[in-house]
Write a protein that binds this ligand. Structure first.
Ligand SMILES: *Cc1c(COP(=O)(O)O)cnc(C)c1O
Length: 406
């Protein structure tokens, strides 16, 4: 018999860096989850934009089980077939010529930033160490990536931080132009800020960053950890914008729930990373790459990607109807299945409260800051799941409205 555990145990045993929901999910199928008490939830959180094909997808279970029966790990002294197949798929589907595998988004960005520094050291000299990032950006929690991130609250307690990182204003090309110069080795940017509030970049902004990087011989890094693998209705968001980076980090949805990250690079960039310059024990692990290969197979089809655009409309139409009744939102924004509802007066600052009320009504939603309710559901969420989930979300919105009005 296994130990019986409750949510209270979290508060006794876990390092208190998270504040998880009051319930413990125990089983999932598609976009539904059930908790210890058997209560059903529609999952529009998608494990924070990770479970791109929902829970317990039959083809992913098959891929994982097939590889589990063969072997799990060898380390990087040996390559393996699933890793090579996944690398080729990523190369064929994108601008990239080379791939580096790791285990998370932060590690993919860490690799990108390290590569950019080494590229500049090797080709230009140590003076070219500057990294330009953006306010409100999120790039992960390692010391380098949290420093590149644009929320000082996440980094200031861990000083001294890696130097030569400066932050411009997102979607403000003039602000970026002031910081990018010949001492800049890289610009790192999310094509749509996820954690920062679901803010899509403008095309002019990304095109302008590309031109700035070209002018100053700096690498352009797109952090597509949240926007990648079909989330925006294109395989990667750079395809939506028609602006090609030199380096691209991808993780989250890539594994459909199995931990994996990857850095995609041009041949020229990759060439500075010679044997022994970087690595990680689990990178290219055959279980992770077997699952990710199947994820990419399923998602990188016109039907799937067009389905994401269709589902965007299902969400936005219904959210607008909720808003017509409640007036909770001042803006509904985003691309594909990364959608943010920005709260209007007098509901500002209540995103967390709305998400708690939504869970009570049987639907899981995310927040992005105090003022944005965020949806990042599975890319194959069904119309019935969208309908049922948003009916429950509407109940939560009505409840909040009634509370604020009284
Ligand atoms: C989630 C996220 C990361 C960090 O990924 P981890 O897997 O948590 O390390 C980095 N960048 C963006 C844009 C993200 O959304």
């Amino acid at each position: 018999m296994s130990l019986s555990v409750t949510r209270e145990n979290f508060d006794e045993w876990m390092m208190p860096v998270y504040a998880p929901a009051a319930f413990i999910p125990v089983r999932g199928e598609g976009s539904r989850l059930w908790d210890q008490q058997g209560k059903e939830y529609i999952d529009f959180a998608g494990g924070i934009a990770v479970n791109a094909l929902g829970h317990a997808h039959p083809a992913l279970r098959q891929a994982l089980n097939d590889q589990a029966a063969k072997f799990w790990h060898t380390g990087n002294g040996y390559t393996n077939e699933p890793a090579l197949r996944l690398a080729k798929r990523l190369i064929d589907a994108t601008f990239a010529d080379r791939v580096f595998f790791c285990n998370s988004g932060a590690e993919a960005n860490e690799a990108a930033l390290k590569l950019a520094r080494k590229y500049a050291h090797d080709r230009s000299g140590a003076y070219k160490s500057g990294i330009v990032a953006f306010k409100n950006a999120f790039h992960g929690r390692t010391l380098f990536t949290v420093s590149a991130g644009g929320q000082p609250a996440y980094s200031q307690d861990f000083a001294p931080l890696p130097p030569d990182i400066r932050h411009a204003v997102y979607n403000d090309l003039a602000s970026a132009s002031e910081l990018v110069d010949d001492t800049t080795c890289a610009v790192i940017v999310e094509p749509m800020q996820g954690e920062g509030g679901v803010v899509p970049a403008t095309r002019e902004f990304l095109q302008g960053l590309r031109a700035l990087c070209d002018r100053h011989n700096a690498l352009l890094i797109f952090d597509e950890v949240q926007t990648g693998v079909g989330r925006t209705g294109e395989l990667y968001a750079y395809m939506h914008y028609g602006v090609t980076p030199d380096l691209l980090s991808t993780a989250k949805a890539l594994g459909g729930g199995f931990p994996i990250g990857a850095l995609l690079a041009t041949e020229d960039c990759a060439s500075v990373m010679t044997v022994g310059t970087h690595g990680t024990t689990y990178g290219g692990n055959p279980l992770a790459t077997a699952v990710a290969g199947e994820v990419l197979n399923i998602i990188n089809t016109p039907a799937m990607l067009n389905g994401v655009k269709q589902r965007h409309d299902w969400f936005v139409e219904r959210l607008q109807a909720i808003n017509a009744r409640t007036g909770l939102f001042k803006e509904i924004r985003g691309l594909g299945l990364l959608i943010g509802c920005v709260l209007a007066e007098p509901f500002t600052g209540k995103a967390k409260q709305i998400s708690l009320e939504a869970a009570r009504a049987g639907v899981m939603v995310l927040i992005a800051g105090a003022n944005v309710v965020r949806f990042a559901p599975a890319l194959n969420v069904s119309e019935e799941e969208v309908q049922t989930g948003l009916d429950r979300f509407a109940q939560a919105c009505d409840h909040i409205k009634a509370e604020v009005s009284s």
